[in-house]
Ligand binder design. Sequence first.
Ligand code: URA
Length: 240
Amino acid sequence: MKLAQLLFTQGFGTRRECADLIAAELVAIDGAICDDPDRELVPAGLQFTVRDESWTYREQALLVMNKPAGYECSQKPKHHPSVYSLLPAPLRNRGVQAIGRLDEDTTGVLLFTDDGTLIHRLTSPRHHVPKVYEVTCKHPVDAGQVDRLLGGVVLHDDDETVRAAACEATGESTLRLTLLEGKYHQVKRMIAAAGNRVEALQRSAFGPVRADGLTPGGWRWLTDAESSALSQKRLPALAP
Ligand code: URA
C-alpha cells in the first residue's frame, strides 16, 4: 500500500491532507522521515510516526476506554461533553463508534470500533456477551434482592422478565451484577424493580475486556487475545 493511502485509511485526513503531511516531512517510518507519498509499504504491523506521535497500522480499530462520569456516549451530546471528544482525531476521523452505550453517570469499560459487523454482532439481542457491573446502592442489599435479581424481575414499562446471569453482594450496599443483554437503563431499572436504587454504576468487564490501569478518560488498543475472543461466536468464560 502507498504511504499516502495508508495514512488515509488510518484517519489522518483527506487524501490531500495526508499527501501534505508527507510533503511537510511530518511522517517517519523506522525513525526516518519519508517524503514520498507513493512509497510502497506492507501495512500489517507497520509502525510509523506522525508529528512525532507513534502509531501502528490497524486494518480495523478496536479499543477500550475507561469512561469517566459526566460524558455522554453520543456524537451529538445534549447536556455533557461527548466521549468521542476524549479520542484522538485519527480515531474519530476513521469513524470509530461506541459498542453500545453507557449512561452519562456510568463509568468503566466502553469499547469502540470502526468494524460495523462487530458492532452489529456485539449489540445484537441474540449475542449474549456477559457484561459485569459494580453497583453501589442507596439502601443495604439483602439476600431477597439478590434472589429477585437472579430469579427475574419485571421492568417497569416492559412485559419481559429479565434476570441477572450472576449476582452477588460485594459489601453492605454494593453488588456485582452480570447481564447478558443491554436494555435501556437495564441495571438501574432492575435494581429499582428489586426494591433498591442505584447510587453509582461502573462497568468492570465487557466479555473478556477490562479497563484496569486506565485512568478515567484513558484508552488502549485491545490485545490480539481480547480481539479474537470478542470476534468468536461464543465468548470464553470471564476472567475472575
Ligand atoms: N445499565 C444502566 O442502567 N446504565 C448503564 O449505563 C448501563 C447499564
